[in-house]
Design a protein around this ligand. Structure first.
Ligand SMILES: Cc1cc2nc3c(=O)[nH]c(=O)nc-3n(C[C@H](O)[C@H](O)[C@H](O)COP(=O)(O)OP(=O)(O)OC[C@H]3O[C@@H](n4cnc5c(N)ncnc54)[C@H](O)[C@@H]3O)c2cc1C
Length: 488
């Protein structure tokens, strides 16, 4: 039995583990030389919180705000220098606050995700950082609205909201391990230039996308490696109008939305196209680098996200394989700019204005939770007796849609990490089924999950109870009071 298997079985079987065993990256069993350095034990300073949220991304921001607003002393641990995560680095638009009403004639338009995610959009609107919920004029079988964002304004708005809620925002801080006592996660190990610390909490939420906290704590996980990795970039020096006219002249516009852009309403904020506008050379080269030309924008001269994909041979938890992919993706970005300048009207002066600090993933680890949402749950629009949110978008629409333009529920049990008493998870890391995950991983779903997990963590911390001992009616009441929409 290697150290990792030992750690896991110790948690699952409740075996005699030294009290508060710290688990961290050093548990990776194989070194390339087969040699090991025994790191000396250290005394770490302790900080105490009610709730730890790991990862200040799409779900984590909302989880931390929700926990703090419930009165929990909350710390948010983020390895980068800002909150934001993949919503500010990888995505195209926020899918989706609404049901897919436009694809189902006669079905009523409903905003199904509200609460803190809705507040974020309202704050973005005030700051000029979103297109608003712009109705799709073409391609509405995919999504009925386009909610495009400005990535930099999003980071600031999120940071301000966290500060206002009283969250201790530990940016530039790596979650480096978990402190586990039997089936209870006693805390997290955090590492920054201020040193290595033990951060104790009554309840913890893993929003790291990679499932780092859950993996350190010995939770079960899989690594399906079923998506390409991406480094999406912001491209400036372009004319959205000229690009649109080019596509339009070839009858190639497949998606179109008009909303707020550069201070004016009614402007193009989303465009997608069939290949027929582009010369063969462009199409051939674009295919080689995995270039996708779905664009959203909130500025006249800017495409907010242009993506290049790369299928890695192994899961993106491999540092060395990721290093190779990071280099290759940057080469592909340069190639993409050349292609845009050469072949695409409106892009003759295009340049890279923003790249993501690390490559983006659609998933890495999938963490085992008490319930694993199935594709039938999603497509059949099922709700549960312990719903914590409703959601109505599928990223594979129109091929896969939620029945009747309706919604399904995310149950509380899908956010409780299996085998551990007080660890919750939210974001892309739940849901193992590929088709179901193509819905639950989208930004607005992750945000809603974050609000539910953060609220539950705060309630558990206040009562000093485990996540399974929290009465659902109390969680539901707190969520409804905070504006969450439950359609069951
Ligand atoms: C290329 C791409 C395009 C996409 N397009 C769309 C789209 O158009 N619309 C849509 O709705 N969805 C889209 N998605 C899906 C969606 O963006 C993600 O699934 C969602 O944002 C994930 O949210 P999350 O909270 O799980 O993770 P993230 O937002 O990635 O947050 C995880 C956070 O944890 C931090 N972290 C990780 N490990 C540690 C650690 N050990 N210590 C400290 N911090 C850590 C990270 O830095 C990050 O900030 C796309 C995804 C990708 C990759």
């Amino acid at each position: 039995m290697n150290r990792r298997t030992f750690a896991k079985s110790a948690v699952l079987l409740g075996a005699a583990v030294p009290a508060a065993l710290a688990r961290g990256a050093a548990e990776k069993p194989e070194g390339p030389l087969g040699e090991y350095y025994e790191e000396p034990a250290k005394k770490l300073p302790v900080r105490k919180f009610d709730v730890v949220v790991a990862g200040a991304g799409t779900a984590g921001i909302v989880a931390a705000i929700a926990a703090a607003r419930q009165g929990a002393k909350t710390i948010l641990i983020e390895r980068k220098g800002y909150p934001g995560g993949t919503v500010t680095e990888g995505g195209t638009a926020l899918h989706s606050f609404f049901n897919l009403w436009k694809a189902f004639p006669g079905v009523e338009k409903r905003q199904v995700v509200k609460g803190i995610p809705h507040e974020i959009v309202e704050r973005l609107m005030k700051a000029g950082g979103t297109s608003g919920h712009a109705e799709m004029l073409a391609g509405y079988n995919y999504d009925s609205v386009c909610t495009a964002i400005d990535t930099e304004i999003y980071k600031l708005v999120a940071f301000e909201m966290l500060a206002e809620a009283g969250v201790t925002v530990a940016v530039n801080t790596l979650l480096a391990g978990a402190i586990v006592d039997g089936q209870r996660v006693r805390g997290a190990i955090a590492e920054s230039r201020s040193g290595r610390e033990a951060v104790y909490a009554n309840a913890l939420v893993d929003c790291t996308a990679f499932g780092d906290l859950a993996a350190f704590a010995g939770a079960k996980y899989t690594e399906p490696n079923d998506y390409p990795v991406v480094n999406s970039m912001g491209v400036a020096g372009v004319s959205v109008e000229r690009y649109y006219e080019f596509l339009q002249s070839h009858g190639a516009v497949t998606q179109l939305a008009r909303g707020w852009r550069s201070g004016k309403e009614g402007q193009i904020v989303r465009l997608d196209s069939s290949g027929k506008a582009f010369p063969q050379e462009f199409k051939d080269e674009a295919r080689k680098i995995g270039l996708a030309m779905t664009i959203t924008t909130v500025h006249d001269d800017y495409f907010m996200f242009i993506k290049m994909g790369l299928k890695m041979p192994v899961s993106p938890t491999s540092r060395d394989a990721v290093a190779a992919a990071e280099l290759e993706l940057r080469r592909r970005q340069a190639k993409a700019i050349d292609l845009l300048r050469k072949h695409v009207p409106g892009c003759e002066k295009a340049f890279i204005a923003r790249t993501s600090p690390t490559l983006n993933i659609r998933r890495a680890r999938v963490v085992g939770c008490d319930y694993d949402i199935t594709s039938a749950d999603v497509l059949e629009a099922r709700h549960f007796e312990d719903d914590v949110m409703a959601y109505g978008f599928h990223d594979n629409a129109p091929r896969l849609q939620i029945k009747g333009g309706g919604t399904y529920g995310i149950p509380y049990k899908a956010l409780r990490v299996a085998g551990l008493e007080n660890l919750l998870a939210a974001g892309m890391l739940i849901t193992s089924n590929h088709d179901a995950h193509m819905s639950t991983r989208n930004t607005v779903c992750c945000m809603g999950q974050g609000q539910a997990a953060g609220t539950a963590a705060a309630l558990c911390a206040a009562r000093k109870c485990g996540s399974r001992d929290l009465p659902y009616r109390d969680l539901r009441e707190a969520l409804v009071r905070a504006g969450v929409c439950l359609e069951s």
